[in-house]
Design a protein around this ligand. Structure first.
Ligand code: ZN
Length: 327
């Protein structure tokens, strides 16, 4: 099958007109050209131009290269506390990442993620990390963060009401519709209209690589009428659509063993659309974490020797926002 997530290398994420033309010629998906790679202080970050244009907003998706940690003999920007890395390294990496983003002044708000649909609204920096898988705020000075290494990071911004959200959606969170619920919380707390929202779906494991058991497919089928759209292909077995054979168990026969391929970014994109976010306002990275361990971390591929990327979003303090606007 065609791997939708591996076709474009870093070069295709630059936004120069020549690159865009070249990407079009090569048949690269248009969405790939909507992302930029920014290098600063030895660190590479992925950004969405539609977000970067908002003067009071700061955002970024970290990548693997650079950093104080060493993984497989190379410097790595591990931003999560893991067994194999020291806390000093992670703290130093977080400092470097914030500095490279120009977000030193903002208070980082990481979460203790547990694959839930728990969403927290922050008015001020918490004294210690809280258990949740999404955060929202409309207060300047906070840098909301989610950590991933295969799961889907989603950043949301409401430009009209100056509010932001960071969402961590693995298969469990996606099944629990965490991004839909985060939008619901923004509606309640900030009067956000979904049609105003911009959404960035960061690098995650793609439909090319994410094998799951049939029980996961069955769980999605029970929850989503359009679940067939998330499951691209069956890797083993003859049936093209896993959902057909999931429901078919001839007497005396076991269902085919095997795995199905789940396209988590697509499942979240469909949730965004159903929540009322405009298709033109959804920016999905086409990088697959498992295909691109040169650039990203993949828990599926690297297991315990795996780093964490961070996706962050925040509102700059007023003074700083104004000086940006005057530039
Ligand atoms: Zn892949």
């Amino acid at each position: 099958m065609v791997c939708d997530y591996t076709g474009t290398a870093m070069a295709a994420t630059k936004t120069s007109r020549a690159t865009r033309r070249k990407a079009k010629k090569q048949g690269a998906p248009a969405a790939a050209t909507r992302w930029t790679t920014r290098s600063s202080k030895g660190i590479r970050m992925l950004q969405v131009p539609a977000f970067s244009r908002i003067p009071w907003l700061v955002h970024g998706f970290s990548t693997r290269p650079g950093g104080a940690s060493i993984l497989e003999g190379k410097p790595a920007l591990n931003l999560g506390f893991t067994e194999w890395d020291s806390r000093e390294n992670v703290r130093e990496n977080r400092h470097r990442f914030q500095s490279a983003l120009g977000a030193d002044k903002l208070a980082l708000v990481p979460l203790l993620q547990f694959h839930s649909d728990s969403i927290l609204c922050f008015d001020e920096p918490p004294t210690k990390p809280s258990r949740a898988d999404a955060s929202i705020t409309n207060r300047p000075g906070l840098l909301l963060a989610v950590q991933t290494a295969d799961c889907v990071p989603i950043l949301l911004v409401d430009p009209r009401n100056r509010a932001v959200a960071a969402v961590h959606a693995g298969w469990r969170g996606t099944l629990q519709r965490i991004v839909t619920k985060a939008i619901g919380r923004m509606q309640m707390q900030f009067a956000t209209q979904p049609a105003d929202l911009l959404a960035a779906i960061g690098p995650a494991i793609g439909g090319c690589c994410y094998e799951v058991g049939t029980e996961v497919a069955a769980a999605f089928t029970a929850q989503f009428p359009n679940a067939a759209k998330f499951f691209d292909e069956l890797r083993t077995g003859d049936e093209p659509n896993p959902l057909q054979w999931l429901n078919r168990m001839p007497p005396g026969h076991q269902p085919p063993p095997g795995k199905v391929l789940l396209d988590l970014p697509k499942a979240n994109r469909l949730q965004l659309l159903e929540a009322g976010v405009a298709g033109k306002n959804i920016f999905a990275s086409d990088l697959c974490t498992r295909c691109r361990t040169d650039l990203l971390f993949s828990y599926r591929k690297e297991a315990s020797q795996c780093g964490r990327m961070m996706s962050v979003i925040g509102i700059r303090e007023r003074g700083k926002a104004r000086s940006m606007e005057n530039r």
